[in-house]
Ligand binder design. Structure first.
Ligand SMILES: Cc1cc2nc3c(=O)[nH]c(=O)nc-3n(C[C@H](O)[C@H](O)[C@H](O)COP(=O)(O)OP(=O)(O)OC[C@H]3O[C@@H](n4cnc5c(N)ncnc54)[C@H](O)[C@@H]3O)c2cc1C
Length: 409
C-alpha cells in the first residue's frame, strides 16, 4: 500500500511529490499528461522568496531595477524580482521523485471511494489506485476537493506577448511590476475597471508585456486586455514586430477555503492557496510544501491514526488557524482594491509600495504574523491620503464580515 497518492503534476503536485518523497514516504503520482510535459504558464517570483528556500539557482532572469508606475510617477521597489526557470525546476522535482522511486500513472480521476484504511481513486480508463492519503493538486478547478459554493468569484486575467517590438517597451534591464498609468485610455475607457501593464526586459531585444486585470467579477475578457495592450503600446509609439509566445491567464482570486473535514487534502490552487490580494502562489508552495509533507509523515507514522485523522492533521498543517485569519484579511484587502476608482488605486499603490519593504513584501508573501499584518495595514492607513482612507473605511462597512472572520476564525 502506498502512503500518498498525489493527483496533478503542475507546480503544486510536483513540488509536493518531491517533498513527500524526501521525507521518506512511498508516493505515487497521477496526472492527466506526461509529468514531463512543459508547464504552460510564466512564473515570476521575488528573488528573496527563492533564497529563503534554497532554490535561487532556478531563475532564468533577475531584475534589480523593479518599479511600479502610477499616474504621479514611478515608485522604485528596492527588491529583486526573477523569472522562474520552470523547465529546470520541473526537471529538478522529477529527478528527486525518480530517485525515491515515485511511480507515475496517467489518467483523469473520475471516482473516489474511502475505505477504513485507505482511499481508492478510479481513472476514466478504469485504473484503480489506492493510498492511505490522497492529495488533490489539480489546480483551481479542483477535481476532488470540496469547497463551499462561491457567491461571486473574482478573477485575475491577463493577456501577454513575448516578442520583439519596434522600440523597447520599458527601460533596459527593467521589470515593471505594475504600470497603472491610464493616459493612453479615452475618458470613457478610464471609467471602466482599471488594468495595468506587467513587463520585463528578457534580453537580446526580447520583452514580455502583459496587460493584467488584478481582480474583477466577472473576469475582464481577453479581447479587452489584448485591445488595451495594443492601444497602450501604440500610444507610446511602439509596434509589435514579432510574437514568440502569447500568454492568456485566467484564475480565481477568492475561491472559498476548502472544507477542512474532508478526507482528500488539497495543495496549490486546489487548496485555495492563491494570495487573494496579489494572485501569487508559487512562493507559498515552496514555503508550505515541506511543512505539509512533514505533517503528513508524522500523521502516517502511526498505523493507529485513521485516514480521516491523517487528513485532518494535514489540513491543520496547511491552514493553521492564524493563516486562516490572515486569509480573511487579504480577502478584505482584495475587496478594497476592487472597490477603488482609478485615482484611489494609484494613491493606494503609491502608499503601499512606499511602506517599509519588509511590510509590503511580508504582506505579499504571507510570511508576517497576524499582528504584523495588522500593524502593516494600520501603517498604510496612517500614511494614505484621505480618499484612500475613506475607501478603506467604506469597505469596513460593506465587507466588515471578512474582518470579523479575521478576529473569530
Ligand atoms: C497564465 C498564468 C500565469 C501565472 N503566473 C503566476 C506567477 O507569475 N507567479 C505566481 O506565483 N503565480 C502565478 N499564477 C498563479 C498560480 O501560481 C498558477 O495558476 C499555478 O499554475 C497553479 O498551480 P497548481 O499546480 O495548483 O495548478 P496547475 O498548474 O493548474 O496544475 C494542475 C495539474 O493537475 C492536472 N489535472 C487537472 N485535472 C486533473 C484530473 N481530473 N485528473 C488528473 N490530473 C488533473 C493538470 O493536468 C495539471 O498537471 C499564474 C497562473 C496563470 C494561469
Amino acid at each position: 500500500m502506498q502512503d500518498v497518492l498525489v493527483i496533478g503534476s503542475g507546480p503544486a503536485g510536483l513540488s509536493l511529490v518531491a517533498a513527500l518523497a524526501e521525507v521518506g514516504l512511498a508516493v505515487q503520482g497521477l496526472a492527466l499528461d506526461d509529468p514531463t510535459h512543459p508547464w504552460p504558464n510564466t512564473y515570476g517570483i521575488w528573488v528573496d522568496e527563492l533564497e529563503d528556500v534554497g532554490l535561487v539557482q532556478f531563475l532564468d532572469h533577475r531584475w534589480k531595477d523593479c518599479l511600479v508606475q502610477v499616474n504621479s510617477g514611478p515608485v522604485p521597489l528596492h527588491r529583486e524580482y526573477g523569472l522562474l526557470s520552470k523547465d529546470r525546476l520541473q526537471a529538478h522535482w522529477l529527478t528527486q521523485a525518480e530517485q525515491h522511486r515515485v511511480t507515475w500513472h496517467r489518467g483523469k480521476v473520475v471516482r473516489l471511494e474511502h475505505g477504513p484504511t485507505h482511499t481508492q481513486v478510479t481513472t476514466a480508463s478504469g485504473e484503480m489506485l489506492a493510498a492511505r492519503l490522497v492529495v488533490d493538486a489539480t489546480g483551481h478547478q479542483a477535481a476532488l476537493v470540496r469547497r463551499p459554493e462561491a457567491p461571486e468569484l473574482s478573477f485575475q486575467s491577463a493577456y501577454g506577448i513575448v516578442g520583439r517590438f519596434s522600440q523597447p517597451p520599458i527601460a533596459p534591464q527593467q521589470m515593471v511590476l505594475m504600470d497603472f498609468r491610464n493616459d493612453y485610455l479615452s475618458p470613457e475607457q478610464r471609467q471602466e475597471p482599471p488594468t495595468f501593464l506587467y513587463a520585463m526586459d528578457l534580453g537580446d531585444g526580447v520583452h514580455f508585456v502583459e496587460e493584467t486585470s488584478l481582480a474583477h467579477h466577472p473576469a475582464i475578457s481577453m479581447e479587452v486586455l489584448a485591445q488595451r495592450l495594443h492601444q497602450r503600446l501604440r500610444h507610446r509609439g511602439i509596434e509589435v514586430e514579432d510574437i514568440h509566445h502569447v500568454e492568456r491567464c485566467l484564475f480565481p482570486m477568492n475561491q472559498p477555503l476548502p472544507d477542512f473535514t474532508q478526507r482528500v487534502v488539497g495543495f496549490g490552487g486546489a487548496a485555495s492557496m492563491v494570495h487573494p490580494a496579489s494572485g501569487y502562489m508559487v512562493g507559498a508552495l515552496l514555503r508550505r510544501g515541506p511543512g505539509l509533507a512533514e505533517a503528513i509523515a508524522a500523521a502516517l507514522s502511526s498505523s493507529q491514526t485513521t485516514p480521516a485523522e491523517v487528513a485532518s492533521q494535514a489540513w491543520r498543517a496547511l491552514w493553521p488557524a492564524d493563516r486562516v485569519r490572515k486569509h480573511y484579511l487579504y480577502l478584505f484587502g482584495l475587496e478594497n482594491l476592487m472597490a477603488f476608482d482609478a485615482p484611489q488605486l494609484h494613491q493606494f499603490f503609491d502608499t503601499f509600495f512606499n511602506l517599509p519593504t519588509d511590510d509590503w513584501a511580508g504582506f505579499l508573501a504571507d510570511n508576517l504574523s497576524l499582528p504584523e499584518v495588522v500593524q502593516a495595514m494600520l501603517g498604510l492607513f496612517g500614511r494614505a491620503p484621505n480618499s484612500v482612507r475613506w475607501g478603506l473605511m467604506r469597505s469596513v462597512f460593506s465587507h466588515g464580515h471578512l474582518l470579523g472572520r479575521t478576529l473569530m476564525s
